[in-house]
Design a protein around this ligand. Sequence first.
Ligand code: DC
Length: 226
Amino acid sequence: MAGAEERAPGAPLIIAVDGPAAAGKGTLARRLAAALGLPYLDTGLLYRAVGRRVLDRGVDPRDARVAEAEARALRPADLERPDLRSPEADMAASAVAAIPGVRTALLDFQREFGRRRGAVLDGRDIGTVVFPDAPVKLFVTASLEVRARRRFEELRGRGVEADPGQVEAELRARDTQDSSRAAAPLRPAADALLLDTTALDAEAAFAAALRLVRARLAEAGAPLSA
Ligand code: DC
């Protein structure tokens, strides 16, 4: 890829990007992956696709038996569905993500993806559970108000009708559900680098993230050959 940096040969590089919904981690992770020449995986899509499959069956996404079966039956085509980013899919994803059997069923896919050629993965538990030995872990946050505004603008940009107060209430509910569940709750890994994007636009957040990644790799004695 033009402008991509080459990584010295060695273990595939894993960069974990975790944080709450609408903190900007998807955009950031995708751009980091492009800049570093690494594959990118949006792990939230896996949970969204499982939630959708459960909703398709007319079942409550908190139903552990059905959700686990749907997670095991997940196919690549499920990730291409056009209806994975609606408010309904947000809440269904967060509900199935609290079910331990669903998380176990999705673990191997995520690890396989990363081990093949390295990767930037974004989610909630990449640095704590999926790749606890990742050499670089970012935990991306922003205030609830700013995240709600970003999500509202994103929905509006896609022509989805939304009420700003409701968008904020749903984000708050999802934060609570994702952070308070027993299975792999949302929390920064002890060795994660914190990046608060409240006052940063996408460009500034990307520049800050790239600086953090480079500094951490240099510390680890594996600098990128820029
Ligand atoms: O990143 P996202 O908003 O697309 O994720 C949707 C939901 O999936 C989120 O509310 C929690 C869950 N999720 C998770 O539990 N673990 C991940 N690694 C990624 C997402």
